[in-house]
Design a protein around this ligand. Structure first.
Ligand SMILES: Cc1cc2nc3c(=O)[nH]c(=O)nc-3n(C[C@H](O)[C@H](O)[C@H](O)COP(=O)(O)OP(=O)(O)OC[C@H]3O[C@@H](n4cnc5c(N)ncnc54)[C@H](O)[C@@H]3O)c2cc1C
Length: 382
């Protein structure tokens, strides 16, 4: 792979008397969904400008390429919990952001090219589950509030589907307004689109420091090279405090597993449980299941990219007891990804960290839905 230095975007400090390159109008740090959409929105506004995305991985190596691909706006228990914590207006404003973001994502990239499947979203509640009682009480009110945003009823009880889906659970809420996407295909489509527009995306380029000197932004790369840009967007989400130490965003690891294909699997769609702490879906003939962070919040507040026996064993328990009862399964793959959570609340941080540098981080596990709009806000600021 060519380094950024080889590609002529940056110059070694002091080398050949050339000083720093002055060719970049916008430098985006981080090549995930927010970084790539920031580049795309900016390029739409300024087609003649030079835009550079610097991504330290060999491909988009953050949560954007590792997530579960839920194109969702919440689940009944998550939304009712949000309404209790933050009030109805704030909770519904976020639903609206997620819903609009999903519509924009699908319109911008195309359903087929992101692998969107309109197979519906579900939330499961165990037998004699106290969470069910709470959600059942708030169900009509939630649907009423959502109607104003979605223009149609959102959720209905569909316990009749439990058997068809092969699940072992007590109650099932369903919405036809949600579904899965293919995460890898979505990122490939987005990457191809920004490159088509002339954005330069450089992999293996880790930004170690930035300095807004009052005229431009000087970026120091880990390989010792430097470049300058008129403005910059930091889109490193869960890794944000590596570049901006006092920023109000904490890393939050999410762990996932994927089974081998299962003969006769009847599961279709996206599924939530326990206020969003567990989520699963069908994927390539098997089951993709993630969650369990609440079992070890302190341990999972980390950028360390690994899976742990505690959480993986719990996910396997759910497979055995609830998702694939009586079925034999084998785990094909386990992985983790790093999200960025705000210290308080779930509103992403889109703001200046210096006069020429905007951070667009802290997507709180909702980036598939809101990434495109967070990026638009960041570009609106710069
Ligand atoms: C397991 C898991 C499941 C999820 N499931 C869903 C879901 O179903 N639906 C949903 O809406 N959201 C989901 N999310 C959340 C979603 O994936 C994120 O909100 C979204 O991807 C964030 O995008 P981003 O571009 O802000 O960050 P990222 O995709 O993390 O991108 C940041 C990038 O910055 C790069 N980087 C970091 N530091 C530097 C540096 N110094 N220099 C250069 N590059 C750097 C990283 O390598 C990374 O590629 C999930 C997340 C995880 C981890």
């Amino acid at each position: 792979m060519q380094s950024i230095w080889q590609r002529g975007w940056a110059e070694k400090p002091g080398k050949g008397g050339g000083g720093l390159s002055s060719k970049v109008d916008l430098a985006v740090i981080g090549g995930g969904i927010v970084g790539l959409f920031s580049a795309l929105h900016y390029k739409h506004k300024h087609p003649g400008h030079r835009v550079l995305v610097l991504e330290r991985g060999a491909y988009p190596d953050g949560a954007s390429a590792r997530n579960a691909g839920f194109a969702c706006f919440g689940s009944p228990s998550e939304l009712i919990a949000d309404m209790e914590k933050e009030g109805e207006d704030a909770a519904m404003a976020r639903v609206e952001e997620r819903w609009r973001g999903l519509l924009e994502l699908r319109a911008e990239l195309g359903d087929e090219r992101i692998g969107f499947e309109p197979t519906g979203g579900h939330e499961l509640f165990g037998k004699a589950d106290p969470l069910y009682t709470k959600v059942a009480e708030g169900f009509d009110r939630l649907n009423g509030s959502l109607h104003g945003i979605l223009g149609q009823p959102a959720y209905e009880w569909r316990n009749d589907r439990i058997g068809d889906l092969g699940l072992n659970t007590g109650q099932l809420a369903f919405t036809g307004l949600e579904g899965p996407i293919h995460t890898g295909r979505m990122m490939q489509t987005l990457l191809a689109k920004v490159r088509e527009l002339g954005v330069e995306v450089v992999f293996g380029a880790e930004v170690a420091s930035f300095d807004d000197n009052g005229e431009r932004v000087l970026l120091g790369l880990k390989d010792g090279s430097q470049l300058q840009s008129a403005i910059a967007v930091i889109a490193t989400n869960g890794y944000a405090n590596e570049l901006v130490p006092d920023i109000d965003v904490l890393p939050a690891r999410g762990q996932v597993l994927l089974t081998e294909p299962i003969a006769g699997l009847r599961l279709r769609g996206t599924f939530h449980a326990n206020e969003g702490f567990y989520y699963f879906r069908d994927f390539e003939g098997g089951v993709l299941l993630g969650g369990g962070r609440h079992l070890d919040i302190a341990g999972e507040t980390t950028t360390e990219d690994l899976t742990t026996p505690l959480i993986q064993a719990d996910l396997e328990r759910l497979l055995r007891e609830m998702i694939l009862p009586g079925k034999v399964f084998k785990i094909r793959h386990r992985w983790s990804g790093i999200m960025g959570f705000r210290g308080k609340g779930k509103t992403p941080l889109v703001d200046f960290v210096s006069p020429r540098v905007v951070a667009a981080v802290g997507l709180s596990g909702m980036g598939v839905a809101i990434g495109i709009r967070v990026a638009r806000r960041a570009v609106g600021l710069v």
